[in-house]
Design a protein around this ligand. Sequence first.
Ligand code: SF4
Ligand code: SF4
Length: 301
Amino acid sequence: MNEKRNMHGGCIDNASAKMIAFCGLDCKKCDAYIATKNNDQALREKTARLWSELNHATILPEHINCEGCKVDGVKTFYCESLCAIRQCALAKGVATCAHCENMDGCQTLETVVSNNPDAMKNLQEQRLESARLLLRPWRETDAEVLYKYASDPDVGPRAGWPPHKTVDESREIIRTLFNNDTTWAIELKETGEAIGAMGYGPSCDCALPSRDGEPIVGYWVAKPYWNQGICTEALRLMLDHIRKTTDIPSFISGHFVDNPASGKVMEKCGFVPTGEICYDENMYQGTGRPIRVLRLEIASM
Ligand code: SF4
Ligand code: SF4
């Protein structure tokens, strides 16, 4: 579907999902986060006593205020200024340590995860890897290869977006549309090359008959890799990750009726046609092209 509108985050109803910090801890399970969100003074006092004992330092209840590692807002002094993992991950620009190529054997990370197996489990869930593929964030250094594949006039229009015209345009798309936590490059492990994009985002600005807060799935793969099961492998990988890490109950998607291969990928991954057809004139070459609508209920996976 439409790269320009799908590949970003937004109005998705996912309030009870985990909130994974750079180190893999789930901030939503942290007493500092819970005390802050509920303004629970008794929990602040209890946490301050416990953390003082564990760290052999004086930590006062007023220090127990944190809205989470990766969101704008108040943080504990440790997380804001001292946490070496957070500082390292911010400097590297990675979404979590699981997105860092140096994670295996990283001593900085080891100091946290050795005491907290849940953190490692959460990080492993963040790693999106299958037999042939890695789903990882887009990097500006992918601009040339993105242009090489996305400038092909047979690729974008099938999904409702225009072919890229220059490497600079591809770079700008990486900096903007692809720069979020729910859009990934499909990397072929054998070559390390980004050969497509996979992601989900808000459906509120498209013509699909979505439920309230229901996200839309979008993907494409470069022409040399068509008919090799790459899209199906990548979509399964993303959906499995979503099932394990979020509470999103369903997804909507669709494909131009003149691009049935895209529908086959969805159906192989559990999407079921809703029986509806819609039109979206805002999509590139969308005028007069019927779109077949499909939905995936995550519970059916
Ligand atoms: S960043 Fe804040 S909420 Fe997250 S684990 Fe650290 S103290 Fe807890
Ligand atoms: S080097 Fe270690 S601490 Fe830094 S981002 Fe990578 S895994 Fe995390």
